[in-house]
Design a protein around this ligand. Structure first.
Ligand code: ZN
Length: 176
C-alpha cells in the first residue's frame, strides 16, 4: 500500500465518503454497479460522479473518471492539485492511471477490489515506477458500508439472473 495503511479518518472524511455512497446508489438505481466518487478541495465538493458504463455505452465511464472530467471543467484545469478523491471502491488500473495524470493528492477508498484493485490489492500503480506523480492512498474508510453495498447489488443481480433463466426454461418447456 502506498504511503500508509493505518490512517485515522476525520469526521469530514466520513461525511464525504457518505456522500460517495449516496452517489453509488444513483448508479445502482440506473442498473449500474454501485460505485460513487467525490472530489474535494478546501473542504468543498468540486465534482461528484458515479459509475455509468452501461448507460453511457462507455467502458471508461467509471465514477472516478466522471469526477475527473467534471472537476477539470469546473476548475478549467486538468491538474487537480491539492484535492482529495473519495471513492467507494478501490480504483482499477485505468482510474489509478487517470488519478496520477490528474495530480490528485490524496485518494481515499472504502472497499478493496479483489479482482482489479490497483491501489495495493492486485497491484499498486501508486507505488510503481510508472507513478511519476506522488499521491497518498488511504483505504478502509467506511469499508463495511461500501463493501456491503456492492455485495448486496451482486447478490440481487445473481438472483435476478437465476430467475430469468428459470423463466426461460419454463417458456421452452411450454414450447415443446
Ligand atoms: Zn476504474
Amino acid at each position: 500500500m502506498s504511503e500508509t495503511n493505518t490512517p485515522s479518518f476525520s469526521e469530514q472524511d466520513h461525511h464525504y465518503m457518505q456522500r460517495a455512497i449516496e452517489l453509488a446508489q444513483n448508479a445502482e438505481d440506473e442498473g449500474e454497479v454501485p460505485v460513487g466518487a467525490v472530489l474535494v478541495r478546501d473542504n468543498e465538493i468540486i465534482a461528484e460522479g458515479w459509475n455509468r458504463c452501461i448507460g453511457a455505452h462507455d467502458a471508461t465511464a467509471h465514477a472516478e473518471i466522471q469526477v475527473l472530467r467534471k472537476a477539470g471543467e469546473a476548475l478549467q484545469n486538468y491538474r487537480l492539485l491539492d484535492t482529495t478523491l473519495y471513492v467507494t471502491l478501490e480504483p482499477c488500473p485505468m482510474c489509478a492511471g487517470a488519478l496520477l495524470h490528474s495530480r490528485v493528492k490524496r485518494i481515499v477508498f472504502g472497499a478493496q477490489d479483489l479482482k482489479a484493485g490497483a491501489a495495493g490489492t492486485v497491484l499498486d500503480l501508486f507505488e510503481s515506477q510508472a507513478a511519476y506523480h506522488y499521491a497518498t492512498v488511504e483505504s478502509g474508510l467506511m469499508e463495511v458500508e461500501c463493501r456491503e453495498q456492492l455485495q448486496a447489488f451482486f447478490k440481487r443481480r445473481r438472483k435476478e439472473q437465476k430467475e430469468l433463466k428459470r423463466l426461460r426454461r419454463e417458456a421452452e418447456q411450454k414450447g415443446n
